[in-house]
Structures are given as C-alpha cells and as structure tokens.
Design a protein around this ligand. Structure first.
Ligand code: UDP
Length: 241
C-alpha cells in the first residue's frame, strides 16, 4: 500500500508529497487558484476535488489512447493521486483549436476564430524572466537551452495532437468546445520514458458552451461568475459513468 511521506513541493495550485516508494509521488490538487503569473490569487472551495477528478478521468482516457502518463492510482484522499516521479521538462505545451487569450493579444486578432487544424506552441517555463514563460521554438528549446532533445520534442508534438483530439471529442459529448489547453511532460525517473505529467483541468484549458460562455479559469481571470459552481458543473457533466 502507498503511504504519504513528507511534503516536497508547493506549487501555485498543486502540492507534492513523497511516498513510501522512491519512484512514486502523491500529487494533491488544492483549492488555490491564481492568474497573471500569480498576481491575482484566491481560494476556490472544492476546486481541488473537481480538478483532481476531471484530470484523472482525462488521464485515464489518454492512457487508453496510447499516451503514457504519470497517473498510477487514486491517492490517500479525494483530491490527490499517486503519480510516477519524473524530471519535468521546462516547457509549457499549448494546443489551440480556436483563437483566445494570449494568441489574440500577441497577433492582434479577434477571439473565437477556429483554426484550420490544431496549432502547437511551446513556451519556456521560467517565471523569473522579464516576460514570464516566453514563446520558444523547438530548435531553440533543443539546441540552445537543452530543455529536451529534438526526438523528445517530436514525441511531445505527436502526443499533444493526440491529447487535443481525444480531449476535444470527450468534451464535445457534453456540449463543450475545447478552445485551447496547456500540458506538461516529464521523463520517468525509473524508466526514462517521456510521460504526460501535471494536469488537464478547467485551470489549464478553455471550454466554451454553445453560446460561447466560459467553463474554465477565465471565469476567475475575468470575474465572470462563481468559479466553484462553474467547476462543479463541469464535473457533473463529465463524471457520468
Ligand atoms: N495556460 C495554462 N497555464 C499557463 C498559461 C496558459 O494553463 O501558464 C492555459 C490557459 O488556461 C489556456 C491555454 O493554456 O487554456 C492557452 O493560454 P494562453 O497562451 O492563451 O495564455 P493566457 O491567455 O491564459 O494567459
């Protein structure tokens, strides 16, 4: 049986614990929420539980579709899970189906325009730079900053397309359009395998209903309504089995 050890990391939204197995960690989704590189912060009651359940559901679906993930089993409480220990690749990998957020700001384009195909973007995960998490090309990431090898980046791109398609079809069943999403990968410390880590939740993607209403962190970012109720509604929609 897996038991929880000492806390080793406290991120913006997740807390990580050691376990009695050196190759496994326990990842707890907390109720903390933040936006704008931590400038806007709050606590949203129940978010840890909803995000953990939504993310777990999706990670299981990704595994079924051939994407290796860090998920091992449920954790010691309802907002945590046991995951494979990985050396995180310092990249935020973004997939987009419809224009929104920073894409609109960067290129001066309206929100809500569908892409012909999913777009794949990389950002260097580094909050200490003048522009936090700047946009980076695969060759600069591989040959300049040595964040990943070019082969790993090719796998990351292929997995991200697959993740996008699987997640888009999944949410479409519940009348929600997947607009964009962010994922992160790591290298399993035991096997050396590239695996999907972190989370896939309303904190890390944009979901719109048929009227373009947001069911994601934009509700917090733009003060569009009750964040806790919004996240609970998504869980009610998707947790149908
Ligand atoms: N995203 C994220 N963490 C980040 C940056 C982006 O989870 O640090 C997600 C965001 O929620 C959205 C997608 O990635 O679903 C694309 O975000 P974008 O680049 O438009 O940046 P934003 O406008 O969210 O700052």
């Amino acid at each position: 049986m897996i038991t929880r050890g000492k806390k080793i990391y406290e991120g913006k939204a997740n807390t990580i614990y050691e376990t009695n197995d050196p190759n496994l960690l326990e990842l707890e989704s907390t109720d903390r929420i933040s936006a704008g590189n931590g400038e806007k912060r709050d606590v949203v009651e129940g978010k840890g539980l909803t995000n953990n359940k939504i993310s777990t559901l999706l990670f299981k679906l990704f595994e079924k579709n051939g994407i290796p993930t860090h998920y091992v089993c449920d954790g010691t409480n309802e907002h945590s899970k046991v995951v494979r220990k990985a050396n995180m690749i310092k990249l935020e990998v973004i997939g987009r189906f419809i224009t929104a957020g920073s894409f609109c700001k960067r290129y001066g384009i309206a929100s809500g325009i569908p892409f012909d195909n999913m777009s794949f973007e990389l950002c260097y995960k580094n909050d200490d730079l003048p522009e936090a998490d700047p946009f980076i090309s695969p060759s600069a990431a591989a040959y300049g900053l040595h964040l990943a090898t070019i082969d790993q980046l090719e796998d990351i791109e292929n997995y991200t397309y697959l993740i996008g398609l699987v997640a888009k079809d999944f949410f479409a069943k519940f009348g929600l359009t997947l607009v964009d999403f962010k994922v992160e990968f790591g290298i399993d410390v035991e096997t050396g395998e590239l695996i999907l880590c972190d989370e896939f939740s309303p904190d890390t993607c944009r979901l719109w209903d048929k009227d373009g209403k947001s069911f994601d962190k934009d509700v917090f970012r733009k003060d569009l309504g009750n964040v806790s109720e919004t996240y609970k509604k998504i869980l009610e929609m998707v947790d149908v089995q």
